[in-house]
Design a protein around this ligand. Sequence first.
Ligand code: 5AD
Ligand code: SF4
Length: 484
Amino acid sequence: MIDFKENVNSNQKTTEETRQQMSFLGQAKELVKERSERRGYPLTFHVTTFGCQMNARDSEKLTGMLLAAGYVEKETEDADFVIYNTCTVRENANNKVYGRLGYLHGYKKQNPQMKIALCGCMMQEDVVVSKIKQSYPFVDLIFGTHNIYKFPELLVSVLESESQIVDIWKEHGDIVEDLPSVRKYPFKSGVNIMYGCNNFCTYCIVPYVRGRERSRQPRDILRECERLVKDGVVEIMLLGQNVNSYGKTLQQEISFADLLKEVATIPDLQRIRFMTSHPRDLSDELIEVMASYKNICPHLHLPLQSGSDTMLAAMNRHYTKAHYLSLVDRLRAAIPDITLTTDIIVGFPKETEKEFAETLSFAEQIRFYEIHVFKYSRRRGTPADRDPDQVPEPIKGVRSDTLLELTAKQSKEFRARRIGKETEVLFEEEKEYEGRRYWIGHTREYVLVAMRSVESLENRILPVVPTEFLTGEVLLARTADSVL
Ligand code: 5AD
Ligand code: SF4
């Protein structure tokens, strides 16, 4: 047991900030109520999320605050308040946002009271903000990643103003906790353990838009997890850009392995996942903790990025292929049923056929359960963008297809090996495949499984036996004999 007394969140300023924002929420509520009454029906909102799990969690916070202000959630974007929580990790994510702003403008013409807000990583880029100011004047509010906790204050301003409000901070402030938030699923939740990243991989824009790495106090994280479990959550995903370096910025240094151990001992917490791990910082201590607690899921997302040492060095990843392989060996020795998933970038500047072939054969050797393949996308301000030896798009396309083919084949083989073996699934939601409804959920190893059931299986963890493929990505299962 670690003594967390040293790390007690004694930051008066953040508590004061929370109080202030709660007071703004009160003001927003009055304004929303008044307008709803004037209109004769409740004002509605919609939050659209692009990008990663961190953004998904931020959107839950925004949703929580809008609900607390009295808005009613709407499934479609023809709402009175629409927020796009954007991502800028690759250029196509940006293009999607510009493309969809046109639709929003159409809705706004029909409903001039409509407010449009943009936030998230894309808004931390000066060029993006200039472009929106110039070409999309109908956007009412633009804010960034560092001041999302100020949303109640911004909401009041935007409700009271007719002009475009832009509030972007270049630096992060304090970590402000305890503002309203909701969960997309009642039974699983993400919990932020740290924000930002200090790694500066040469292709990546995240350190520029999310700021320097800072960890939340362990006490606050544990308190949030305990509260979630009391509220019915059975699965928690600990979130950070680089969870393996958790704690390095805290006064009392504590490792991610220490924190994970504490989270794993929370009574009734059935499943713990975490992302994202950096291969450089993944410790033996962490592997040991993963192996020792049954509620830590045997699944690890461990971005490889490239299987060529030359490329890894150029990417500033600080590990070699040999190091990655030795990690995989240690992980599989300690946790034999572990599934490994990864990210790989193809077409990084100067990547030749030889280097790509190395990546391909390394991926084949590791046998990942899933590979997320990304074509290198130039990000303004990053070192790799300045490299004159960019790889032509068609070559990136061919490399991406080749790797996707490999991962499709390996994933399928992996899933096929689970057929006939009893496994445990947390059922999440109902979904339709070819006109029939199924309950779907994930195994502890993160394999997607579907089962027919007339009664609701939502939030139930059940032993099942996969019997065949429902689609290439989903296994069809029946209830295990052990529960019949
Ligand atoms: N181009 C392509 N892929 C990228 N990623 C991050 N930056 C870029 C980029 N500029 C990928 C990495 C990372 C994942 C979240 O996105 O593989 O692990
Ligand atoms: Fe980007 Fe690298 Fe940080 Fe991940 S570790 S967010 S890829 S800089």
